[in-house]
Design a protein around this ligand. Sequence first.
Ligand code: CO8
Length: 258
Amino acid sequence: ADAPETIFVERRDRVGLITLHRPKSLNALNRQLAREVLEALKAFDADDNVGAIVITGSARAFAAGADIEEMANLTFAEFYCDDIFAPWDELRSVSKPIIAAVGGYALGGGCELALMCDFIIAAEDAQFGQPEIKLGILPGIGGSQRLAKAVGKAVAMDLILTGRTIDVHEAKAVGMVARVVPSNELLQTALEAAHTIAGYNCPAVRMAKEAVNVAFEASLTEGMRHERRLFQAAFATEGQKEGMHAFIAKRAPVFRHR
Ligand code: CO8
């Protein structure tokens, strides 16, 4: 495959790092960027040397939304027949945890991308919003669904219908954001969290992510059943034996990766 042009892709220890890089448009999410991000995510998901993934942007913007210039003249038929947002749906199939490290603007599709990740660590200067309504449209890669599930109806309706932007403290208060950190510590904090995750029993990490995600799709009964089967399955992994025997022996566990 050609080297990506809209992102930087690197591995730091056992963490895969994707940095969105379209500085002239505040990381607007165009087709090429969508394709390149998804290719990088799939490669990390398949790479035994990677245990968790971080997606970040620049200090000024995580991403300011879908690329408005690219979309402006599209017709319904063009959009319908060539669903340019379809690649983003594939992010759901990534089984390793993905952390969004958000500084600056996370607007429209940028806010939706952050919400698609497993959790968000945000800098003090991060701003979140779904301003699509101001452009005569609405969220298009899951914002209406994920925001409603993440923060409830009242706040989702407020943000999506007024298009107002919220600061990081409001985003934290409503539950969109897991942690708020000083801007100069953002990437380091996200990498450390990913590094911690990448050090655990790999199948258990994937099972835990899968189990939490079931909570958004299934009834409590179904979700409990799913969790219990995964919990039982964890006892078929070497990491479970290592983790428990290490505890009993009062030593640190060493998880083999695979
Ligand atoms: N698309 C294209 N270009 C953009 C975008 C964007 N979303 N956002 C910013 N840019 C460009 C600007 O046009 C400008 O370019 P230039 O220097 O050539 O004039 C450059 O980035 C810098 O932007 P500003 O000069 O506007 O910088 P400010 O600091 O004055 O303002 C803002 C920053 C407030 C972030 C402002 O740029 C802004 O309001 N941007 C648009 C935000 C927005 O409306 N986002 C929603 C887009 S629609 C959407 O996301 C639909 C979601 C559906 C699914 C998405 C799938 C990918």
